[in-house]
Design a protein around this ligand. Structure first.
Ligand code: SF4
Length: 63
């Protein structure tokens, strides 16, 4: 599973970080960072929920 975030769409609201903090993190710079762009299958449900809940539809999952 490959996770990408479109920086042009992401507004760093942080919904994804609350749903799956193991993958998504907002740092002191105020920007979203991916902690893992190829997370294990065990995170799939959380990552998919984060993508579904992202208000900007900025998260893409491949594979
Ligand atoms: S939920 Fe979407 S817009 Fe908000 S920080 Fe995550 S990727 Fe960015």
């Amino acid at each position: 599973m490959r996770v990408t975030v479109d920086d042009n769409l992401c507004t760093s609201i942080g919904t994804c970080t609350r749903i799956c903090p193991e993958v998504f993190e907002i740092r002191r710079d105020g920007l979203l960072h991916l902690l893992q762009d190829d997370p294990p299958e065990s995170f799939r449900a959380q990552v998919e929920e984060a993508a579904d809940m992202c208000p900007m539809a900025a998260i893409t999952i491949d594979g």
